[in-house]
Design a protein around this ligand. Sequence first.
Ligand SMILES: O=C(O)C(=O)C[C@H](O)[C@@H](O)CO
Length: 267
Amino acid sequence: MPAPKNPFKARLAAGKPQIGLWMGLANAYTAEICAGAGFDWLVIDGEHAPNDLQRMVGQLQALAGYPVATVIRAPVGETWILKQLLDIGAQSLLVPMVESGAQAAALVEAVRYPPRGKRGVGAALARSSAFNRIGDYLTTADEEICLIVQVESQKALAALPDIAAVEGVDAVFVGPSDLAADMGYLGRPGAPAVKQAVRDAIATLQRLGKPAGLLTADQTFARECLADGARFVAVGTDVTLFSGATSALAQSFRDTAPARSGETGGY
Ligand SMILES: O=C(O)C(=O)C[C@H](O)[C@@H](O)CO
């Protein structure tokens, strides 16, 4: 019995665009709500959300029964955490702050078993092998791993051809927020210069035949990038949707309610 097929990787290979959502609420309950929304893929963010391994396992389990692909973003591209994420069952890994071909090649080694790589062999204990019930996991896992590297600095964009040329890098995610910061537009991922840099990167990746993706809550920009050839676009985050909606609802009554007299509680 082989490792499970990776639907995210399969859709990339088929050239089908995938619409996703970023999850930073870091819990299985809201992850399951997102799973039923109709997105093609969901990111469990291990970099900027309070996601530890136990929380990420819980979210993987909550999502397991739904027709949605899961991508886990590692906090950093280091072997020790990548092997743990793979062992808990992540098949698609998003690794931040990749800036060279050499760094990308080292990541490929980290997510592959010997002899093609250096991933530690712990499948006997791992959820990824269905706790050792997938008999052929060790010899079939590599093919179903999808390694997505993030380019999010000017240095990374300059190295984009080298990064994209690395065998084993399955896709490249362009990070508008960090790219903006690096370009001198901190907090302004929608600045024209940043948007152009993102679109140029997508065009380069299209030319190199490497799937490109990004995260943007700007739906117009998302559609522009899809038209440019982006293959996996996250169009929002659970945190900002939840935070924005709750604030808007509260404010809508603030505009009509009398000024509070300072009393508390007492519903
Ligand atoms: O640089 C980016 O953009 C990303 O990598 C996504 C952000 O980190 C995400 O957390 C939204 O701010």
